[in-house]
Design a protein around this ligand. Sequence first.
Ligand SMILES: Nc1ncnc2c1ncn2[C@@H]1O[C@H](COP(=O)(O)OP(=O)(O)OP(=O)(O)O)[C@@H](O)[C@H]1O
Ligand SMILES: Cc1ncc(COP(=O)(O)O)c(N)n1
Length: 414
Amino acid sequence: MTEVRVPRVLTIAGSDSGGGAGIQADLKTFQELGVYGMSAITAITVQNTLGVHGVYPLPPEAAAEQIEAVGSDLGVDALKTGMLFNAEIIRLVADQIHKFGWEKVVVDPVMIAKGGAELLQNEAVLAMKEHLLPLALVVTPNIPEAEVLAGMRIRTMEDRREAARRIHALGPKIVVIKGGHDEGGPDREDRDHEEARIYGISAGADREENLEKHSEEHSEEHSEEHSDKYMKEILAEHTEEQMEKHMDKHQEDHTNNHKNNHKNNHINDHINDHMEDILKENTEKHMEVHLDVVNHPDDQTRTAMHPEKYSHMNSPIFKAVGNDRDPQVIDLIYDGAAFTELSGKRVNTVHTHGTGCTFSAAIAAGLAQGMSAFDAIRSGRSFIQAAIEDGLNLGQGHGPTNHWAYQRRLGVLR
Ligand SMILES: Nc1ncnc2c1ncn2[C@@H]1O[C@H](COP(=O)(O)OP(=O)(O)OP(=O)(O)O)[C@@H](O)[C@H]1O
Ligand SMILES: Cc1ncc(COP(=O)(O)O)c(N)n1
């Protein structure tokens, strides 16, 4: 009889002292999903919910040696990469993946923290494109990262599809462009003018033509100086937008928190007095959530070309709660043949620190468990949706997500 072995997953990423992103988020996700987690740390960040206060990269060999130690002894069924910080670390990590012949590789091309700190040096983008992306089964850029990797602005879903095609051409088998950052943004005219400023093109009627011309020149040029400037502009712009939204929401949250303090004390007393009742009630509430999911008629997954290929995505357990009237967040998947949109309810919260890390870690866990890439992505989406919806409200800033939420909803109350 063959012995059943626990799936083993490695994360190669930076440490987040605040516990919401990076290695810490990854290991929490692995544990929740029932896989054995291992880590190779690339950098130590001094971080809390208010931001990144320091970055201490480890010597590149430290990452390579950790991977060697884990790979040569415990073995790795799937892995994910997160913050890699510099080109040398990227090269050594890629060498190790290549040497061990690992195929279930999820690359989360982390570039910048939500608060604006640089988690990947500008000049390392080229190394990521050349050395790491070709080894990826799944790559999961957010919109600003996709803009940098594809060398184009993303304003519409068609832009996103074009960016996905370009990134796919760099070698990964499946591209997932996440939609967390797509909150509508400035109107088309403003974006046109902003784009014109960055590209140095006109914003008038001949705009599309100019943009196309620019994009051709851009791919021919590939000058590092140009892509450095381009990357800085894109990332700075997105960060400013996010910070403004964050500050508004944060002030609102603070007022609400204050108002809720008395109420919370009462609730705590109540919980202590009636623990059993609360737990029972919670279980019923979670069952209702499931029923809502099961009965929901409109599956929010739209499959562009091969519905039969993705029929497993109709599995009720993997459906996000929500409906078409809710503001949506859409992740776009491209496998070189078809586009699939995964959409779910957009949660109105500032506590989304580490969402990308958690999502990619959950995908790696699914792959290690033998899921297809699409199932793993779908299940990763459900994991992060639950983690954002049932937020923990920790810290004074941009708080972490709730890594317990997914299992709790499945009825495992802990
Ligand atoms: N407000 C939200 N409501 C629901 N889902 C969200 C929300 N924000 C992000 N997500 C989901 O979380 C996952 C990560 O998306 P996001 O675009 O935030 O990645 P990211 O910017 O790389 O994350 P981070 O940098 O915080 O680690 C995606 O599956 C996305 O759809
Ligand atoms: C170590 C580390 N890795 C990744 C992120 C990205 O997460 P976010 O964009 O939510 O800050 C981070 N902040 N820290």
